[in-house]
Design a protein around this ligand. Sequence first.
Ligand SMILES: [Zn+2]
Length: 377
Amino acid sequence: MSGSERALVNQFHKQGVSPAPLLKGGRFSPKNGGVVGLENIHPIIQTKTFEGHKNPFCYPVTQNSTMDPVDWSFDQLSYFYQKVNTICMSNALGVVYNPATYDNRSKKSTYRGPKINQILCGKFHCGRCRPLLKYRMKLEIENAMVEHKLYTHFVITTEGKKYRDKNDYVDSYFDMSKSFNIIRTILSKYAKNQGKHFTYICLVRSQEKGYCHLHVMTNLYIPKQMLKDISKRYFNTGFIKVKAIRNRKRLSSYFMKDAEWYIPLGRRHYSCSRDIDIDMSIDDIPEDCMHIRLEPGVSVVDQVYDQVELNYGYPPPFDFLLQHFTTVSRCVDHHIKKPVRSLSDMVDNLKKDGEHVYIDKNGIIVWVFDNVLLDGH
Ligand SMILES: [Zn+2]
């Protein structure tokens, strides 16, 4: 891991809760108050892609269609995933107070003033948080592949037409989960017979029309015929592919395809054997910071003021107070200013870390990978 990579991960790890430190030069916007214009400040999704005629929610599927997410079409789910989660960085999550610090890492110690930051929701289905989570996951996977010597990668897809005619894409996640449990039981025995342990990471992904497929990375050598036999005997899957992992970074980049992360809400995006520790928590509040919970219906400024003063003995940062008294300060529920966070800054940082990334026309960060990866044998 390069120095800048580590720095980025550390920032993400320690201060993921407070988005401002994630972006160097992040600052409060004087122009945009409240939620209006949020999409402009965080152009993760370009609005033109989501014009009314393309919004799958504009056309209810049936007269009686409920808005229960289990009943969403894959288009509706995809649309939901690409929007920023309404709770993300909202007052509902509270705010974090970062006291002033002296950064002593360089020879000259630099002073950083106190900050009030909002909190990321940290959900995979949030258009703002997913790029951060994906990158975090990418690094965790790359580390686990080295640490646990995961050198086999296999893919299993949902059964073909016959199954798909009868079953919804949401069903395929339940069925594939059952299938994987069987595979896990059998491979655990297989490993035990060799005096080994079945170590794995299983990624749960969507494919065309939202049906489930699994990517599994493991420490075992697995003959393809063996997986085929398991499938034939206990369930029936679509295609099965087994490959040796030759290029870890290329494989982890392959997992970054955004649409493959649009799986039904409430389903786990990954699972792994107990000996692998994948840490995706981005909601840890750093020790020297304070999480301020906000009650609805009471002035945000008053609440922040009271709690900071009570805990630290001095008032919150001046610029925070200034912003709140120069805007609609009397409004009880008004939102805390969103720090400016630019997607291109994030991409620049990733490029500095040696990632091959660019922003596509929908404002999604795309990892470049080699298409031939899953072709061939
Ligand atoms: Zn979020």
